[in-house]
Design a protein around this ligand. Structure first.
Ligand SMILES: *Cc1c(COP(=O)(O)O)cnc(C)c1O
Length: 387
């Protein structure tokens, strides 16, 4: 069912992030891809476009540059850039499923994904089962004749759970289903789901790919030509595409993804180590720790462990809320993946919408998006906030 990913060029990751789809512009030689801020494109003869573009909902050269670069970095055949991660998720659900179909979602799915499936997908006719995706037996047991999709996030948000992408792809394909991997937390720099057998990679490019907390965006990448056509058709028909300026900002962020991720990973490793030793901290959720139940699988499918660290504090919810408002550098805010460090209380913020469901998170949990500031400053900030 899956076609093999197109082999990337022999160029390294950063070379492709900076050059794939981004040749200097033909007429003027502009080195940065121009922001083609236009809705429509002149035709010389009715029905004959100059470069394949007729209307920017269907296609825009700035968006194309981003799509080509993302497809290249993920080892896919086609990329599709959307106005947000959720617009990408919506297009994936509608393109890959039909009313009556069943899908499997992680029992700690991103809150917005859960809401999309539960509040939009179910009234549309889908059924779903929440499963701890780290448990392949549980996934196999939850699959029915109607299961058409396994929706995977790894690492998950906010508990940093790890699931075995190759194992899930095998289960899906054995039963005629497909696997979508939300690769937002890992990025293609740390993990390549298509090479592990996934059919589709989804991104909230708002996060690490954009990387500067200044743009909302999403993307789908696939190596399957037919799925790629379906995604392009859904993007054009549903219209939730990335605008030219948003695509440009995202592309600018993408160029430095590797250097930023290296630093995010360095800082997160050190923050997780510090928290693990701290008397006020209960449990630390970070796949880089050898005590993490998914450490072994993560080490096998990721090159490093990413920049997200969650932990519980002694003293319950009240203390967790206090710690979140005591940091000076870690800004109390939703979102993640930007250069600046963020702190949040998932139970009251990003995951408030899953309270009372199977996806509820511990109320003494704090999630950090560890930024790329100087490590000593970050460690001091957290130490002070926990004191
Ligand atoms: C943020 C996020 C999304 C949704 O993306 P938006 O760009 O906010 O629409 C989906 N999945 C994960 C893992 C996310 O962190």
């Amino acid at each position: 069912m899956t076609s093999a990913p197109v082999p990337p060029t022999t160029d390294g990751f950063s070379t492709r992030a900076i050059h794939a789809g981004q040749d200097p512009e033909a007429t003027t030689g502009a080195v940065a891809v121009p922001i083609y801020q236009t809705s429509t494109f002149a035709q010389d003869v009715a029905g004959e476009t100059r470069a394949g573009y007729d209307y920017s909902r269907a296609g825009n050269p700035t968006r194309t540059a981003l799509e080509v670069a993302l497809a290249d970095l993920e080892g896919g055949r086609s990329g599709h850039a959307f106005a947000s991660g959720m617009a990408a998720a919506d297009a994936a659900v509608r393109a890959m499923l039909r009313p009556g179909d069943h899908l499997i979602i992680p029992n700690d799915a991103y809150g917005g994904t859960f809401r999309l499936i539960d509040k939009i997908g179910v009234p549309w006719g889908l059924t779903y089962t929440e499963v701890p995706l780290s448990d392949l037996d549980a996934v196999a047991a939850a699959m029915t004749d109607r299961t058409k999709l396994i929706w995977c996030e790894t690492p998950t948000n906010p508990l940093l759970g790890i699931s075995d992408i190759a194992g899930l792809a095998g289960l899906a394909h054995d039963r005629g289903a497909r696997l979508v991997v939300d690769n937002t937390f890992a990025t293609p720099y740390l993990q390549l789901p298509l090479a592990l057998g996934a059919d589709v990679v989804l991104h909230s490019t708002t996060k690490y790919i954009g990387g500067h907390s200044d743009v909302i965006g999403g993307a789908l990448v696939t190596a399957d030509a037919e799925l790629g056509e379906d995604f392009a058709f859904h993007a054009k028909s549903m219209g939730g595409v990335a605008g030219p300026f948003d695509a440009w900002l995202t592309l600018r962020g993408l160029k430095t993804l590797a250097v930023r991720m290296d630093r995010h990973c360095d800082n997160a490793d050190a923050v997780a180590d510090m928290l693990s030793e701290h008397p006020k901290v209960g449990r630390v959720y970070f796949p880089g720790l050898s005590t993490h139940p998914g450490h072994h699988v993560a080490a096998g499918q990721m090159s490093r462990f990413g920049g997200m660290v969650s932990f519980t504090v002694r003293g319950g919810r009240e203390e967790a809320v206090k710690v979140c408002s005591r940091t000076r550098l870690f800004t109390l805010a939703e979102s993640l993946g930007g250069v600046e460090s963020l702190i949040e209380h998932p139970g009251l913020m990003t995951h408030a919408s899953v309270a009372g469901t199977g996806l509820e998170v511990p109320d003494d949990l704090i999630r950090l998006s560890v930024g790329i500031e100087d490590l000593d400053d970050l460690l001091a900030d957290l130490t002070d906030a926990l004191a």
